[in-house]
Design a protein around this ligand. Structure first.
Ligand code: SAH
Ligand code: SF4
Length: 414
């Protein structure tokens, strides 16, 4: 049996696509290999959302050059956001790569499936893309250029797919899109994400529903109402703010102000008091002053997010910011701002998590690591615990014994 190996970097969308590509290859008669060294077919699913991700992809491609030289019959293919419409430059730069293909546009030899098959044995928690692409064109972001315009999947198709995954053993689904609030605007009857949630909540055997990413300019109170009222929809939202400065938000083309964001969070918390909130910060945007950066730090201190993903700006080819704005915050200053926010958030997360000590939480056990079970709470906190039973896919009640900014340790309750 020929073997394949897929190396994935980047967002959950890439992870979901790699999983499906793997299932498709298995249907074609391939077997998964633990490393590229043992594989006849190696696929890199790439990310170029920032320079550091692109550097990792380029390094990996450089490493694979030697492997390809020693085993010229090996097939090397690259997909994901590195691949743009015109692959001529990539072909020149990486002549050892056999195929470049855009996400979802599979080459002939892969037998061009219209839809990639679902995994035979899915994980307990699975990702399901509901809308591809993005129409927002934030000035710094390469995603719309590489992933194209928004395209929603029909509601019935998604419900059918989740039902199928649940029949095969999945218990939790995370619905994916760059902007899930745009879901459905391009479909007949214009269904919304809230409508999809109401339907999924009815699926027998499905225990939990999550979704990401929301956009602060588009998130509706109807959606907040659905999260508040549907028992399977977890009390957790990913709502990237990017900056606390109105001038920077404007230059980013985000379409909302810091005041709008604060008001939205207040409305969400009024409806769902125990909501866990996650956000993304992009610092060091062109011309970001110290005072503007402090506005971001103040917003983080004030709103107390459970999780914050912090990135330093890097220009991305083709974007408005890369073409028109000078990348003028020095690298050392970006690093300082990044470390400052990371320390700040570590303290906030540490306090939030410490409040859970002694409390009972419900965890969906996803797997075992080093002899211990791990799973997540409804608020998406990672929890480790000991249990001699087979807990996989089960909801377990735990008392929180120890906390850190990143994870919790629990004991099974009576
Ligand atoms: N759709 C989501 C995020 C998509 S990109 C949203 O609207 O927020 C994922 C994250 O990568 C972003 O939240 C941003 O913080 C980061 N990112 C995007 N472009 C970047 C760039 N040019 N430099 C550094 N980080 C970037
Ligand atoms: Fe990029 Fe903005 Fe679209 Fe998010 S909403 S993917 S940041 S363009």
């Amino acid at each position: 049996m020929p073997k394949y190996h897929i190396w994935t970097i980047g967002c959950q969308m890439n992870k979901a696509e790699s999983e499906r590509l793997g299932s498709h290859l298995e249907q074609l008669g391939y077997e998964a290999a633990a490393s590229a060294n043992e594989a006849e077919l190696v696929v890199l699913n790439s990310c170029v959302v920032r320079q550091s991700a692109e550097d990792r992809v380029v390094n990996k491609l450089a490493n694979l050059k030697a492997l390809k030289k020693s085993r010229p019959d090996m097939t090397l293919a690259v997909t994901g956001c590195l691949v743009n419409a015109d692959t001529t430059k990539l072909e020149e730069r990486f002549p050892h790569v056999d195929y470049f293909f855009k996400p979802g546009e599979y080459p002939q030899w892969l037998e061009s499936p219209k839809e990639l098959p679902l995994p035979e044995k899915p994980n307990v928690a699975v990702y399901v893309p509901i809308i591809q692409g993005c129409d927002n064109f934030c000035s710094y972001c390469i995603v719309p250029y590489r992933r194209g315009r928004e395209k929603s999947r029909p509601l019935a198709e998604i419900v059918g797919e989740v039902r199928e995954l649940v029949e095969r053993g999945a218990k939790e689904v995370t619905l994916l899109g760059q902007n899930v609030d745009s879901y459905g605007h391009d479909l007949p009857g214009k269904p919304e994400l809230a409508d999809l949630l109401y339907e999924l909540n009815e699926l027998e055997g499905l225990l939990r529903i999550r979704f990401l990413t929301n956009h602060p300019k588009d998130m509706s109170l109807k959606l907040v109402g659905a999260v508040a009222s549907l028992d399977k929809v977890c009390e957790q939202l990913t709502l990237p703010v990017q900056s606390g400065s109105n001038a920077i938000l404007k230059a980013m083309g985000r379409g909302y102000s810091a005041e709008h964001y604060r008001k939205l969070v207040a409305e969400i918390r009024a409806r769902i008091p125990d909501i866990a909130l996650s956000t993304d910060i992009l610092l060091g945007f062109p011309s970001e002053t110290e005072a503007q950066f402090q506005e971001t730090a103040d917003l983080l201190s004030e709103l107390n997010f459970d999780t914050v993903h912090i990135a330093a700006y890097s220009p991305r080819p083709g974007t408005f910011a890369a073409r028109k704005l000078e990348d003028n915050v020095p690298p050392a200053e970006k690093k300082r701002r990044l470390e400052y926010l990371e320390r700040l958030q570590e303290g906030i997360a540490s306090t939030i998590n410490a409040r859970l000590k002694g409390k009972t939480v419900e965890v969906l056990a996803e797997g075992e690591k080093g002899g211990r079970w791990w799973g997540r709470t409804r608020g998406d906190k990672l929890v480790f615990f000991n249990d001699s039973r087979d807990c996989r896919g089960k909801l377990i009640k735990l008392r929180v014994e120890k906390t850190s900014p990143w994870a919790l340790q629990g004991i099974v309750e009576g």
